[in-house]
Design a protein around this ligand. Structure first.
Ligand SMILES: [Zn+2]
Length: 470
């Protein structure tokens, strides 16, 4: 499906924190190979905030249940529109791939749209579009997700289609060959786009040989070695009910949804699958610098630091920290480097986290001659933050930004269903529901501590894309 983008294809960092915003963005590009979800917590998502609830209609709290076969089901009666959103999150992504399987989680995601035992290629898109709905999918490091959004009267179609895709896909060799070319084209697009390419390379340096540094789109040799049979075996291992979360949000009666899900998903037997714990990346040590010549005239600087994993409570402070430094129009580095010194055209910073570990990334567009100067100023501003922390106003502004982004992300059934299933998969549903409350409690001291702990001035990665010398 579509084109892959890295999550950093955005200009304002605070949104990144919002998992759902990130994914929505990615999904706009079609199939998205997200290198990372954002941070800790319930990012993005959260509880139906009072403000969004008031503006969008009635809604009850989400109900979480576990089916006898292990499938987690989250249902919310949300009466904003006559639309129901169904999200299926599967606990498989790049971090589960062996070196000879690189790219198979994403390849799998594509193949689930390419025919089942009953339906031919193209059926899924036609069936969903036929009722006026939409469908897409995303592959990341810790999970793969699929969604179908349809008029409420087509809820059963959405559930049945997702179950057909997950458990009864065909993996026809001809379709495998066709889809491989689609994915190679996605990889070309990723490499051609300097903003996504530099972040991809930064992940490779910061996470080094940990799977979070591997390419979501795989490698030529592993992709060429994939067959229908190999991908089917991969599917049977990971696409099991106990490795899935289904979220259904819309004007629905939870008991009726449960009955449908029991009939469609509840009959799939558990396999006894046990997920393996995420390998914790080794923290980056020392300063690793890399310069890459590129065809573009504009230079790009990217810096990266090791950061806490998605279920670490200090992640909330890191979110605010990156926002205060370079996550908004009024952030310190934007004001100094772009507005005052005019050394960069743009600069952004954000925190993204996986189950095993996270990363803080910074990206700036500038002239090659200013690279050293800009790096020095960034380190200076980091030192100021480590020495004196943010002001109370800066903290308030950053919290407000996240709150409003969060309210926006979770205004729709789609945003809520995605946020719930994502939080359940990468932390807990409760972490999502308490997100805004937690953010409001973060102190200046916690942000200063996060700057000292995570933004080392002697341990970081730096990549510069510079114009090819003539
Ligand atoms: Zn794709």
């Amino acid at each position: 499906m579509g084109h892959p983008m890295t999550p950093n294809e955005r200009t304002v960092a605070p949104m990144i924190r919002a998992w759902s915003a990130l994914l929505v963005l990615l999904a706009l590009a079609g199939c998205a190979s997200a290198p990372a979800t954002s941070s800790s917590a319930a990012p993005g998502a959260a509880a139906p905030s009072t403000s969004s609830r008031a503006s969008t209609g009635e809604s009850s709290p989400p109900i979480r249940q576990v089916l006898p076969n292990g499938l987690k089901l989250i249902v919310q009666d949300h009466r904003a529109a006559d639309i129901v959103a169904v999200y299926l999150y599967v606990g498989v992504g790049v971090r589960y791939e062996r070196p000879d399987q690189l790219g198979y989680s994403h390849f799998q995601e594509h193949m689930l749209f390419k025919g089942t035992d009953k339906w031919g290629p193209g059926y899924i898109d036609r069936a969903v579009e036929g009722v006026g709905g939409r469908t897409n999918a995303t592959t990341s490091f810790d999970y793969t997700d699929f969604y179908i959004v349809v008029p409420t009267s087509s809820l059963e179609l959405a559930l049945q289609t997702l179950a057909d895709m997950a458990f009864r896909s065909k993996f026809d060799d001809k379709e495998v060959a066709r889809e491989r070319d689609v994915i190679f084209e996605e990889a070309n697009i990723e490499v051609d786009n300097p903003k996504s390419a530099i972040i991809r390379q930064l992940y490779g340096v910061v996470f080094a040989d940990n799977p979070y540094g591997f390419p979501v789109l795989g490698t030529r040799p592993t992709m060429n070695a994939a067959t229908g049979q190999i991908l089917k075996v991969y599917n049977q291992k990971y696409y099991t009910p106990e490795n899935m979360t289904l979220a259904v949000v819309g004007p629905v009666e939870p008991a009726k949804v449960r009955a449908l899900v029991d009939r469609i998903f509840g009959v799939i037997p558990a396999t006894g699958y046990k997920p393996t714990a995420a390998a914790v990346p080794k923290p980056l040590r020392g300063i690793v610098k890399k310069k890459v010549e590129r065809p573009e005239q504009q230079s790009i600087l990217a810096m990266g630091w090791s950061a806490p994993p998605s279920n670490d409570p200090t992640g909330d402070a890191v979110d605010l920290l990156t926002t205060i430094l370079a996550g908004s129009e009024s952030s310190r580095l934007v004001r100094r480097l772009r507005d005052q010194d005019r050394l960069v055209n743009g600069i952004t910073m954000s925190y993204a986290a996986q189950l095993g570990g996270g990363i803080v990334t910074l990206r700036a567009e500038l002239e090659a001659k200013d690279l050293d100067r800009v790096e020095q100023i960034i380190l200076e501003e980091i030192k100021k933050m480590q020495d004196s922390g943010p002001t109370e106003d800066e903290v308030q502004l950053a919290v407000t930004k996240f709150e409003s982004q969060h309210a926006f992300d979770t205004e729709t059934s789609e945003g809520l269903a995605n946020a719930y299933a994502l939080a359940e998969t990468t932390w807990t549903l409760d972490a999502e529901l308490t997100y805004v409350d937690r953010l409001r409690k973060i102190t200046r001291q916690q942000i200063q501590d996060a700057a000292r702990r995570y933004l080392s001035r002697s341990d970081y990665a730096l990549i510069a894309f510079v114009p090819k010398a003539l």
